[in-house]
Design a protein around this ligand. Structure first.
Ligand code: PRP
Length: 196
């Protein structure tokens, strides 16, 4: 994989994402109104754009930390094995924590990482996922807040990759694979939204 020709069709625009992030930030600010300093934990790498936008909309003191987990490697299918590649720098015992995830698919990553964080005794642990694909769920988990529920499409952009590409697209796009050699023709049948 990775060498199949594809185009990216726009699914959720940058403007729509920004509006939703603002809404979610208001809800989170309300929910943690009694918290001195919220620990916002980004689940790398997919959440790096979302957490950057989200924390800038939170009207409260925050501390930012990261944890890196990997379940996919360079494949489009989940291996169902979650490995912690980088742990938090700070302690979360007795703290209020918000875990920020880009997408919940089978649910293995969210279940594993929330289990790990809970074992460290936070005062409160909530989760937020920008995207949720409920039709793919294999473990019964759901984030406290969800940006958008989406169908079972292969999505990229706004931090989410396809074989480590496309994380820098400002919108969420849907990967549409083409026949091999599609770009060899003088004119593609449909315009490429974002050539890669
Ligand atoms: C992706 C995504 C989620 C997870 C969701 O991470 O960022 O964290 O998979 O899948 P699941 O619900 O089936 O567990 P990936 O392991 O690809 O790492 P990345 O964030 O570094 O791209």
């Amino acid at each position: 994989m990775g060498d199949r020709p594809y185009v990216i069709d726009r699914m959720i625009s940058a403007k729509t994402i920004a509006a939703r992030v603002e809404e979610l930030a208001r809800e989170i600010t309300d929910a943690f109104s009694h918290t001195d300093k919220l620990v916002v934990v980004g689940l790398l790498r997919g959440s790096f754009v979302f957490i950057a936008d989200l924390v800038r909309e939170l009207e409260m003191p925050v501390e930012v930390d990261f944890i890196e987990a990997s379940s996919y490697g360079n494949s489009t299918e989940s291996s169902r094995e979650v490995r912690i590649l980088k742990d938090l720098r700070g302690e979360i015992g007795g703290r209020d924590v918000l875990l920020v995830e880009d997408i919940v698919d089978t649910g293995y990553t969210l279940a594993h990482v929330t289990g790990l964080l809970k074992s460290r005794g936070p005062e409160r642990l909530e989760t937020i996922a920008l995207l949720d694909k409920p039709s793919r769920r294999e473990i019964d988990v759901r984030a406290t807040w969800t940006g958008f529920e989406i169908p079972d499409e292969f999505v990229v952009g706004y931090g989410i990759d396809y074989a480590e590409r496309n994380r820098n697209h400002p919108h969420i796009g849907k990967v549409r694979f083409l026949e091999p050699g599609a770009f060899d023709r003088p004119k593609a049948a449909e315009p490429r939204t974002h050539p890669q």
